[in-house]
Design a protein around this ligand. Structure first.
Ligand SMILES: NC(=O)c1ccc[n+]([C@@H]2O[C@H](COP(=O)([O-])OP(=O)(O)OC[C@H]3O[C@@H](n4cnc5c(N)ncnc54)[C@H](OP(=O)(O)O)[C@@H]3O)[C@@H](O)[C@H]2O)c1
Length: 351
């Protein structure tokens, strides 16, 4: 089945990663690869549902200051929205999806009702096919990809994480050059709160017809911006219920079976988790692109005198942490029949 995707926020760092991964692009090109020929002539359109009436659904790479209102308008107009923005991640009826971990949470869509977005009685109503699905914050997703196998094998009791986050995580133009070059910034607004709460929802259990029952282990996060282009590195310490050895932890990480196994989703990486034995790995420049940017890397798994186990973890922020994760979400939804073609098509709408 071919579905037609629109992209909201197509000119931004995440929007352009969508285009690169979907092999199309219409604006000032930021990536280190040439702009694909087939999209150079496309026009950036107004960011309104009417302009996207040929699309079956839209990806959103919108800035969070505008994503709430715009995504709501699309959902209310009957357009499925696969979003990267933070605005609806923690809303009770909105799935916060990592397909390898919690694909069943997609069922929350059935409870959504976006109603009249404009307050004028003109917008869509419940049952018109519009919904919002989100993926986690770019520093949360790598962490949760490691926590899921550990929760399954041993039980997670507490987490401490110190991040070293790439500049591309701040979007474009992002951090001023005089702050970024030869420097590190010990504060990223809102990031620590997202890391402390999102894993609880992602790893939570969806009761029949109800809300996700969140986990409640404490997560203490300290988030830093460093002079790296792509790839968030994280120093993670965990306290696990059954006190496994580092060798047992590595085995659990390596042997975890992603829920997407056998689903044949094109963006699901062949290797969900790469566990390094080399003490100096993983590194952002060398390993952020593993599995096309969708593989999470872990290394230096060792004993921690405070928490029990500590490790280094790496995840590509604009791929696994944004556009690639969202595309994988769309593939899961399409596989489950939750994304369907709409009438009156256009090839691609961009805004
Ligand atoms: N960068 C990452 O690693 C990452 C990871 C995960 C999630 N996210 C989230 O993804 C979203 C996009 O991030 P980003 O890094 O790509 O940011 P960005 O580079 O600043 O891009 C923001 C996009 O939003 C558009 N936009 C802003 N105001 C608008 C308005 N009033 N109407 C229509 N479009 C508007 C911008 O269009 P113009 O170009 O016309 O201004 C641009 O296309 C954010 O919500 C962010 O938190 C980012």
């Amino acid at each position: 089945m071919n579905l037609k995707a629109g992209i909201l926020g197509a000119t931004g760092a995440v929007g352009q990663t969508f285009i690169r991964l979907l092999d199309e692009h219409p604006c000032g090109w930021l990536a280190g690869t040439p702009m694909p020929e087939g999209v150079a002539g496309l026009t950036v359109q107004e960011c309104a549902p009417d302009a996207f009436d040929g699309c079956d659904f839209v990806f959103s790479g919108l800035d969070s200051t505008v994503a709430g209102q715009i995504e709501r308008a699309f959902a209310a107009a009957g357009v499925p929205v696969i979003s990267n923005a933070k605005n609806y991640r923690m809303q009770g009826d909105v799935p916060l999806l990592v397909p390898e971990i919690n694909p069943g949470h997609a069922a929350l869509i059935e409870r959504q009702s976006w109603g009249d977005a404009g307050g004028d009685g003109a917008a869509g109503t419940a049952g018109d096919g519009g919904f919002v699905v989100t993926n986690p914050n770019c520093s949360t997703v790598g962490l949760v990809c490691a926590l899921a196998p550990l929760q399954e094998a041993f039980g997670v009791e507490a987490v401490q994480v110190v991040t070293m986050q790439a500049l591309s995580g701040a979007g474009y133009p992002g951090v001023p050059s005089l702050d970024a070059v030869g420097n590190a910034l010990p504060y990223i607004g809102g990031e620590e709160g997202k890391m402390a709460s999102e894993p609880h929802k992602i790893l939570g259990t969806l009761a029949d017809g109800g809300d996700v029952q969140h986990m409640n282990f404490p997560v203490s996060a300290q988030c830093n911006r460093v002079a790296v282009i792509d790839g968030h590195l994280e120093a993670v310490s965990v306290r696990l219920t059954s006190e496994p050895s580092p060798a047992e932890v590595k085995e659990a990480l390596r042997s975890f079976t992603p829920a997407t196994d056998g689903m044949d989703l094109p963006s699901a990486p062949e290797q969900f988790m790469r566990v390094f034995e080399e003490e100096r790995f993983p590194q952002p420049r060398r390993h952020a692109g593993l599995g096309g940017g969708m593989t999470t890397s872990v290394g230096r798994v060792r004993s921690c005198p405070v928490m029990g186990i500590k490790m280094a973890l790496l995840s590509h922020n604009t791929v696994r942490g944004a556009a690639g994760g969202a595309i994988l979400n769309a593939e899961l939804l399409a596989k489950e029949g939750r994304l369907e073609p709409r009438a009156s098509r256009r090839d691609v709408g961009v805004s």
